[in-house]
Design a protein around this ligand. Structure first.
Ligand code: IZC
Ligand code: ZN
Length: 428
């Protein structure tokens, strides 16, 4: 190695998350490596050395260092990973707040032609440039809150042209913005209004036209389905996901968000990489997921935002040995937040997860949920140097002190992209 591009020293508490090739389950989720007095050396965007400061200094002795960063005793974690977002969409839905206050359920708003359908109209009307600017703004918020990689779903087009438009925007942002994006095709997010009398026609459109076109253009790695009472049945979801698998997509599922329809069981049967929401899942469904190694992506900001009393059974999942990840579910309807830090608090209070479990769920397990654990999710030699320095000295402080942004500095692929809580000028 000719040079160290970045050397971060004087780290008060360095959480590495290293040492696990598979998603963490059960007790492993709380067993995380914490180094007091740590340092990180970066070469060409990747971690070249990491550990106690004296050891790292010894390892890089004699190699010139280009930039030094004094962490001033701060807490450092791997960059946060958000494995479930609906990043690209038009408009917003603050008018639904009043309906929610009056107790109108989410699925009723949808059935009446609001909810997802409202956002579909806005997304169809929006230009590609407008969608890009709006999503970029959200990505900036995410980055400022410590998120360095996300998954982004389509699903507000519900016609081939607009689904492709959303996916193109995500791809462009992946190339231009520091935050990395893994794309998921969610054409089966709702049956569009023009197909209400012909559900089968829409499922056929997704299977015969949209999926092959998304594949041909290389616009998504995963396919997802909103499997829910009144949205897509277990049988329709199975058909779509099987076809996606045949085409070579990884598969995900929105399962049992409101009703215990059997989405978790289907995730287990098909071997989905992840199943998301799972508020209403049965123990049997969760056991099926454990057998297939499917990751449970819990979304506590959604139940909070919808004012639900019910929460995902994260403790049961962890006890059963189902790997748990956490995400924002950022979307204009049921979870209008870009911040994984608020999710930390909600997971701690409403899902009863410990700070260590929460961080595992937003780093290494989240990386597995989007198929990127070989390069991100933990700080270890050879992986991307994606990490966050907080204005805090210990992990429990993050979920405890809520509603503010704790991030001081974000390093993405070895570059300082957020400094003093602000995005570095170059990316504006
Ligand atoms: O726009 O309401 N649950 N899809 C499934 C959503 C929430 C997003 C939305
Ligand atoms: Zn979702």
């Amino acid at each position: 190695m000719k040079q160290i591009d970045l050397f971060v020293h004087n780290i008060g508490s360095l959480i590495t998350m290293r040492g696990s090739l598979k998603p963490k389950v059960g007790k492993e989720m709380s067993e995380i490596e914490m180094i007091a007095g740590g340092a990180i050396a970066v070469h060409q965007g990747r971690i070249a050395a990491i550990g106690p400061e004296e050891e790292v200094r010894a390892q890089i002795k004699g190699i010139p260092v280009l930039h030094e960063l004094n962490a001033k005793g701060r807490l450092v974690t791997p960059g946060l990973i958000d494995p479930h977002t609906h990043l690209v969409h038009g408009g917003s839905r603050e008018h639904e707040l009043e309906w929610k206050r009056q107790g109108v359920p989410y699925l009723e708003i949808l059935a009446k032609g609001g909810g997802i359908h409202y956002t579909v109209e806005q997304t169809r009307l929006a230009s590609e440039e407008a969608l890009y600017q709006k999503a970029k703004n959200s990505l900036d918020w995410m980055l400022k809150h410590g998120t360095t990689t996300i998954e982004a779903k389509s699903g507000y087009g519900l016609d081939t042209q607009t689904e492709l438009k959303q996916l193109r925007v995500a791809k462009q942002l992946d190339q231009t913005h520091p935050v990395d994006i893994v794309s998921t095709f969610l054409g089966a997010h709702a049956v569009p209004k023009e197909y209400v009398m012909n559900r089968k026609g829409y499922v056929d459109l997704v299977i015969r036209e949209m999926l092959p076109e998304v594949k041909r253009l290389g616009l998504a790695n995963y396919c997802d389905v909103f499997c829910e009472e009144g949205v897509f049945s277990v049988e329709e979801s199975r058909q779509i996901l099987q076809q996606a698998m045949e085409l070579g997509f990884g598969i995900k599922i929105h399962a049992d968000e409101v009703e215990p329809l059997g989405g978790a069981e289907l995730a287990g049967e098909l071997g989905c990489i992840s199943a998301e929401h799972l508020l209403a899942s049965t123990e049997n469904g969760l056991r099926k997921m454990r057998e297939s190694g499917t990751i449970a992506v819990c979304l506590p900001a959604t139940s909070f935002s919808l004012g639900l009393k019910r929460h995902a059974q994260a403790r049961m999942m962890i006890d059963l040995g189902v790997p748990v990840a956490l995400a924002t579910d950022y979307n204009p309807g049921s979870s209008p937040t870009e911040s994984l830090q608020i999710v930390m608090t909600l997971a701690s209070v409403n899902l009863s997860m410990s700070p260590e479990e929460v961080l595992t769920a937003m780093t290494i397990n989240a990386a597995h949920a989007i198929g990127r654990a070989d390069s991100i999710g933990s700080l270890e030699i050879g992986k991307w140097a994606d990490f966050v320095l907080y204005q805090a000295t210990n992990l429990a402080y993050l979920p405890y002190h809520f509603g503010i942004n704790h991030v001081d500095t974000v390093v993405k692929k070895g570059k300082i992209v957020v400094e003093n809580g602000q995005i570095w000028e170059k990316y504006h």
